[in-house]
Design a protein around this ligand. Structure first.
Ligand SMILES: Cc1ncc(COP(=O)(O)O)c(C=O)c1O
Length: 471
């Protein structure tokens, strides 16, 4: 890894797939060395390296050394944190990291949490508890887990920013509510969910005889890193008596920040919170968690099995974490956070996040200085959405096309990995900075490379236009 010179080789799926054609998994190789040699050809040679300073594409981070140490230990022991009799101390370690995080969020006594595979599963749990706790309140004798959805389910609505993560839609589909249950709320000029429009949408839904079930605020949208106005939204939820979920899968890095923690103000008012340590706490994939203000809601995911976690164990006070989880066999990912906190400490994690925040501000200053670049926003976390737009002589489709080619060309060259997104129908480029070892010089190299490509593509287009015009 130390000798990797660029984040990717640039190989195409077709080129790499061709190398797999002759592999026969029914015939083992003669030695481990042979298997590793083969693996280095098939995987490592063309791996995408998140630790490389010019990997600035998606929400992936380089990892702390303690998380790597923890991975070795937890795999060797092969602990499963579903029941006490498969984990013992590991259960208590997870509980301690959960309690630490609840404390960082500011959730009160009586709150609880559980490690998950990541933000998607945490968001699913949030929507599940919002759904089942409403039914438990309305008709305690007809819980969803026993009787399925009630007749009013088709009238439930979930409100979330048009910029929130797609796992909210996916969760609603899985929970029998459908994509149609999700009302996308428009965002303001800072890419935050517009609280006034949210209030209007909730009132409108009520007027139509529908039922607001939950609001999902995003603390760190995937594209813009924008943080919805948590305090305003909490107030609205309180007024309408609906579940308030905060998806802080990305913004959770601010929990340990010494300089920017205030940007999460209001997160402590949530009914539930999603946290991804594998995004903003520099932990290896996967490492996420879900938190809920009132632990009793977790009973909606509890099923007692005689062979595993009988009710009697709970009555005796044996902690079986499976009672709180959607999974049964579950990785001991909490150890990674535990060792990170015990070896490098909370401050180091916060400083690393602050460092990438500062780098993003510097990056923003560099980007806005180029007249050929159109930058959409000032950074609130660590992303930048922008595009190459050198002249009005190019049509909207040509600009979109050029930006797509810039990204494809750059990623194909492997000298840098950047991301792309669409905003209001237009094509943009995106940087996601989560690597504290990336320097502003690395960023400058990427900017130079993308502008060089953009200029070449634009002048080619303009020349062909002139050529066509001359004929
Ligand atoms: C805001 C947000 N929420 C949830 C998720 C899903 O998280 P995961 O990929 O860990 O399932 C993402 C992933 O990028 C995200 O950006």
């Amino acid at each position: 890894m130390a000798t990797v010179s660029q984040p990717f080789s640039g190989i195409s799926p077709q080129e790499l797939a061709a190398e797999f054609a002759a592999i026969d998994l029914t015939r083992p190789l003669a030695t481990t060395e042979a298997a590793l040699h083969e693996l280095s050809q098939l995987w490592l040679r063309d791996a995408v390296w998140f630790h490389h300073p010019r990997y600035i594409a998606h929400l992936n981070c380089p990892i702390t050394l303690p998380t790597l140490l923890a991975e070795q230990l937890l795999s060797a022991v092969n602990t499963s944190v579903d029941t006490w009799d498969q984990s013992a101390g590991a259960t208590l370690i997870e509980q301690k990291v959960v309690d630490w995080t609840l404390n960082q969020i500011g959730l009160p006594q009586g709150s609880e949490g559980i490690f998950t595979s990541g933000g998607t599963q945490s968001n699913l749990m949030a929507m599940l508890l919002a759904r089942d706790s409403r039914v438990a309140k309305q008709t305690p004798e007809r819980l969803v887990k026993h009787h399925g959805l009630p007749a009013e389910a088709s009238r439930w609505r979930i409100f979330t920013s048009a910029l929130s993560h797609f796992s909210i839609q996916k969760s609603c589909a899985l929970l029998g509510l459908g994509y149609e249950a999700v009302i996308p709320v428009d965002y303001d000029d800072d890419y935050k969910m517009d609280s006034a429009k949210l209030a209007q949408a909730m009132a409108k839904v009520r007027d139509e005889g529908l039922i607001p079930l939950a609001v999902v605020a995003t603390a760190g949208t995937t594209d813009f890193g924008s943080i919805d106005s948590l305090t305003d939204i909490a107030e609205l939820c309180h007024l309408h008596q609906v579940w308030f979920h905060v998806d802080a899968a990305y913004g959770c890095g601010l929990l340990t920040s010494t300089q920017h923690r205030h940007r999460l103000a209001g997160i402590e008012l949530a009914d539930s919170v999603t946290v991804d340590y594998h995004k903003s706490f520099f932990q290896s994939v996967s490492c996420g968690a879900f938190f809920v203000r009132d632990a009793t809601h977790l009973r909606h995911v509890t099923v007692h099995a005689d062979y595993l976690n009988p009710l009697s164990a709970k009555q005796e006070g044996t902690p079986n974490l499976v009672d709180k989880s959607l999974q049964t066999t579950r990785r001991f990912d909490a150890l990674k956070m535990w060792l990170s906190l015990r070896i490098i400490g909370r401050e180091s994690l916060g400083e690393a996040f602050d460092q990438v925040m500062a780098l993003t501000v510097e990056t923003h200053h560099r980007l806005v200085a180029y007249p050929q670049l159109e930058v959409l926003h000032a950074p609130e976390l660590t992303t930048q959405v922008f595009r190459f737009h050198p002249t009005t002589e190019l049509s909207a489709t040509e600009v979109d096309d050029i930006n797509q080619h810039i990204r494809k060309g750059l990623n194909r060259s492997g000298e840098a990995m950047i991301a792309a997104t669409r905003v209001k129908g237009k094509q943009y480029l995106k940087f996601t900075l989560l690597n504290p070892t990336t320097s502003i010089d690395d960023i400058q190299q990427v900017i130079d490379a993308l502008i060089y490509r953009g200029e070449a593509l634009a002048s080619h287009r303009l020349q062909s236009k002139q050529h066509a015009g001359a004929h």
